[in-house]
Design a protein around this ligand. Structure first.
Ligand SMILES: NC(=O)c1ccc[n+]([C@@H]2O[C@H](COP(=O)([O-])OP(=O)(O)OC[C@H]3O[C@@H](n4cnc5c(N)ncnc54)[C@H](OP(=O)(O)O)[C@@H]3O)[C@@H](O)[C@H]2O)c1
Length: 352
């Protein structure tokens, strides 16, 4: 397990100074808002009411958020079945950014676990692309000392997905050989580091321009999918964490050892209505005849997993790979990049 550079970056944004008196917070704030489903061009910067902490909630001064494929799905309302929860005709979630790191500036009724001035991070139901966010206190944990807001804000969704995929669903143990298909994106860049932290040997699959990055993140072997193919190579894996879903079930089964675990993080977006569901059902069915097992999951943030990630950040075992940091005016472009399917690691948003 390697310990890399310090977690508080030299370019940590100054952010706001914590506000002691919530009454001094302006009644409106700028935010990157999308009021209808569409591509990145529906995102505009608007002045919106500053939220207030309701029962069980805290108001956070957001110091850093980051964007994920999740935000792209909520922005576009695709696959369409998502609209059953996201809003049938118009999105209920108008401010994106489910990742959040910041300072608690007000505490709602019934909140005893957090206090004004606490540095916190976690996953919320959107809202990170604005200077203030009201969210449930139970979604948040405190940021360990020495960990920057930027690192904490880059972590929740992608880090939790990688951790739960590898540990809870993949049962990754020391000495396991783990294949990470799609190692250069948000989930993949955490998965390479977390798999190493769990004691695994890691083979990472990415394109040429990202080979150097995934090697730096700790991958023992890299397969450049533009020139090479991990299927006929003869390597066998205990866990395959699949962030892409571009291979047939037969291919996946063929690279797994008999007690191997195939963990489907994602699948090809084959249907505008159902996305990857058809592919995942067929793959699950094919695995019924295999010795290796099929595991599909939807990540769900827990305080325990967030604290575990916080420890990995504090110890320097995991250092979020941030390709760039943008302000509110960069949110639309960042979402478009994620929508292209070729974003590199994480894009952090500093919404001040
Ligand atoms: N199950 C869950 O709970 C859960 C949670 C989070 C995310 N997800 C899903 O998981 C997927 C990954 O999420 P993410 O946040 O990591 O997305 P992302 O950051 O947008 O990842 C995109 C990455 O995929 C890589 N890629 C594209 N085509 C590839 C190929 N043929 N082979 C290998 N790599 C390829 C790209 O690398 P190159 O540029 O090198 O091609 C890029 O770095 C998304 O579909 C997302 O919806 C699921």
């Amino acid at each position: 397990m390697s310990h890399r550079s310090t977690t508080t970056e030299a370019n940590e944004p100054a952010g706001f100074q914590p506000i002691d008196d919530p009454a001094s917070i302006a009644p409106t704030m700028p935010a990157a808002v999308a009021r209808r489903y569409g591509n990145a061009d529906v995102v505009a910067i608007e002045n919106v009411p500053t939220p207030q902490a309701g029962k069980g909630q805290v108001l956070i001064q957001v110091e850093a958020s980051s964007l994920n494929a999740l935000d792209w799905h909520f922005l576009t309302g695709t696959p369409y079945f998502l609209r059953l929860i996201a809003g049938l005709r118009r999105p209920k979630r108008t401010i994106h950014g489910a990742d959040v790191a910041g300072t608690v500036v007000a505490v709602g009724a019934d909140v005893t676990s957090l206090h004004v001035g606490d540095r916190v991070f976690g996953e919320s139901a959107g809202g990170g692309c604005a200077p203030y966010l009201a969210t449930k206190a139970e979604y948040l944990v405190t940021i360990p000392e020495g960990v920057s807001f930027r690192a904490a804000g880059a972590t929740p969704v992608a880090g939790i997905t990688a951790l739960q995929g590898l540990r809870r669903h993949g049962g990754t143990r020391p000495g396991d050989h783990v294949l990470i298909n799609g190692a250069a994106g948000g989930v993949g860049s955490f998965a390479v580091q977390i798999a190493k932290a769990l004691g695994a040997e890691v083979t990472a699959v990415c394109s040429t321009r990202n080979v150097e990055m995934v090697e730096r993140l700790g991958a023992d072997h890299v397969v450049d999918y533009t020139t090479d193919d991990f299927v006929p190579g003869g390597a066998r894996f205990d866990v395959m964490l699949d962030n892409i879903g571009n291979r047939s079930a037969a291919d996946c089964i063929s690279v797994l050892r008999p007690a191997g675990r195939y963990v489907a993080v994602s699948g090809p977006k084959q249907s505008r209505w159902l996305g990857p569901i058809g592919h995942l059902v067929r793959t699950r069915f094919a695995f019924r005849r295999a010795d290796a097992t099929f595991h599909q999951f939807t990540a769900s943030s827990t305080p325990e997993d967030l604290r575990f990630l916080g420890e990995l950040l504090a110890s320097g075992v995991v250092v979020p790979e941030v390709q760039r940091t943008v302000g509110l005016d960069g949110v639309a472009d960042a979402l478009a990049e994620i929508g292209s399917g070729h974003a590199r690691a994480k894009i952090v948003v500093i919404p001040t």
